[in-house]
Design a protein around this ligand. Structure first.
Ligand code: FNR
Length: 348
C-alpha cells in the first residue's frame, strides 16, 4: 500500500546510505573568486529574497520529503515550526496517499496549522491532474509542485512505466489551479530541452533536483528483491551544477537549484550560476529530531552562505548572482559540449 511505501522510504533514507556513490554534484568544479578586499560589513549581508511576491529570510527551500503515513505527521510538524520560525519555504511530499485515504490528511494539514505564514509548496505527480485542486486545498498551498521521477518508477517494483501524456497533463494542471505551478525532478536533474517544454506547458517555476545527493535508484535498491537494476542506475542523472546552468541558460522562470546541496558555500555557487533559490531534502530529514536541531541547522547553513557572500563582496542575493566564478573540469566540458560558453560567468 502507498502509505507503507512512504514509511519504508523514510526509514531507508534515515538509516541507509542513499546518496550518489561515484558521481558528484559538479559544484567541486565551480569556484567563486576570493576577494581579499571585500569592502563590505558581513553583519549587513542580506539573505532575503522574494518568491512570487512573498519575502523570505533566506533563499533556502526545504524540498518535498514526506506525508501520507502516520509517522510523517511529527516530521512535517517539526519542519513546519522550523520553516515558520526561520521564514523559509517548505515543500511537502507527494499528497496522493492523503487524497486517496482521507484519514491521512492530518499528516499534511499539520503543516499549515504550524506554519500560518510560510510559503508552502504542495506536491503531486505529473499524471495526477484530478488530484490538483484537492492537493492545493488540503495544504492551503502557495505553489503546487509536480514531481517527475521516471528513474524511481523504473526501479520501484510497483513503478508506473507509461510516461505518455505527462506534458499534456502538466499543461492542464497549470491552467486549472490558480497558484503558480512548479516542476521538480527528484535527483536526476532537468535538461535545457525539458525546461523549455515545461515552460511551454505553463510551468512558472523549476526546481531542478539534480544528481549528486539522494539517489532514488539507491532508495529503491534497498526495497527491491533483486539489486541489479538499482545498482546499475544508482548514479544516473545530470549533476546539479550542470542542470542549474542548463535550465537557467534556457528559460526565463525562477529556478531552485537542488539535489546534493549540503552547505551555504554550494548554495552560493548555485546562485552565482543563475539559481534564485536552493533546496535540500535529506539533510532536513536527518535533522528532524527536534525543532531546535532543525533551526540550528538552518542557522549554520545561512551563516556559511553569508561567509561565502562576504568573501566575494556580495551584500545581497542579487549581487551574489552577478559574482564571477570559474567553471573547470568535467562540468565545463559538458557545458561547452552543449553549446554553453562558460566564459560568460568568469568576468561579469
Ligand atoms: C523525497 N523527495 C520527494 N520529492 C517529491 O517531489 N515528492 C516526494 O514525495 C518525495 N519524497 C521524498 C522522501 C524522502 C524521504 C526524501 C529524502 C526525498 C525528493 C526530494 O524532494 C529531493 O528531490 C531529493 O531528495 C534530492 O535532494 P537531496 O535529498 O539530495 O537534498
Amino acid at each position: 500500500m502507498i502509505s507503507d511505501r512512504k514509511l519504508e522510504h523514510l526509514l531507508i533514507c534515515k538509516n541507509y546510505d542513499v546518496e550518489f556513490k561515484n558521481k558528484k554534484t559538479g559544484f567541486e568544479d565551480v569556484e567563486l573568486i576570493h576577494k581579499a578586499l571585500p569592502e563590505i560589513d558581513k553583519n549587513d549581508i542580506d539573505l532575503s529574497t522574494s518568491v512570487f511576491g512573498k519575502k523570505l529570510d533566506s533563499p533556502l527551500f526545504i524540498t518535498a520529503i514526506t506525508g501520507g503515513h502516520p509517522s510523517a505527521k511529527a516530521i512535517n510538524k517539526q519542519l513546519a515550526i522550523a520553516a515558520e520560525s526561520k521564514n523559509i519555504a517548505l515543500g511537502v511530499g507527494s499528497q496522493r496517499a492523503a487524497i486517496e485515504h482521507p484519514e491521512l490528511a492530518d499528516t499534511y494539514t499539520v503543516v499549515r496549522k504550524n506554519a500560518p505564514d510560510c510559503l508552502l509548496v504542495g506536491n503531486i505527480g505529473a499524471p495526477q491532474l484530478e488530484l490538483a485542486d484537492k492537493a492545493v486545498e488540503i495544504l492551503d498551498a502557495d505553489i503546487l509542485a509536480i514531481h517527475l521521477n521516471p528513474l524511481q518508477e523504473s526501479i520501484q517494483p510497483e513503478g508506473d512505466l507509461d510516461a505518455r501524456g505527462f506534458l499534456d497533463s502538466i499543461n492542464q494542471i497549470t491552467k486549472r489551479v490558480d497558484i503558480p505551478v512548479m516542476a521538480k525532478e527528484t535527483g536526476c536533474g532537468i535538461s535545457a530541452e525539458v525546461a523549455k517544454q515545461l515552460v511551454g506547458a505553463g510551468v512558472s517555476y523549476i526546481d531542478i533536483e539534480g544528481a549528486g545527493g539522494t539517489s532514488w535508484a539507491a532508495v529503491e535498491t534497498y526495497r527491491a528483491e533483486d539489486r541489479y537494476l538499482g545498482e546499475t542506475f544508482w548514479d544516473w542523472g545530470i549533476p546539479t551544477a550542470i542542470s542549474t546552468v542548463e535550465v537557467t541558460d534556457a528559460v526565463d522562470v525562477p529556478v531552485v537549484s537542488s539535489g546534493g546541496i549540503r552547505s551555504g558555500l554550494e548554495a552560493a555557487k548555485a546562485i552565482a550560476l543563475g539559481a534564485d533559490s536552493v533546496g535540500m531534502a535529506l539533510p532536513f530529514l536527518k535533522h528532524s529530531v527536534s525543532e531546535e536541531q532543525l533551526t540550528t541547522f538552518i542557522d549554520r547553513f545561512n551563516d556559511s552562505l553569508r561567509i561565502a557572500m562576504f568573501l566575494v563582496g556580495a551584500n545581497n542575493i542579487e549581487e551574489l548572482k552577478n559574482s564571477n566564478l570559474v567553471i573547470s573540469g568535467k562540468t565545463r566540458e559538458w557545458l561547452n559540449e552543449r553549446g554553453i560558453n562558460t566564459k560568460k560567468y568568469s568576468r561579469r
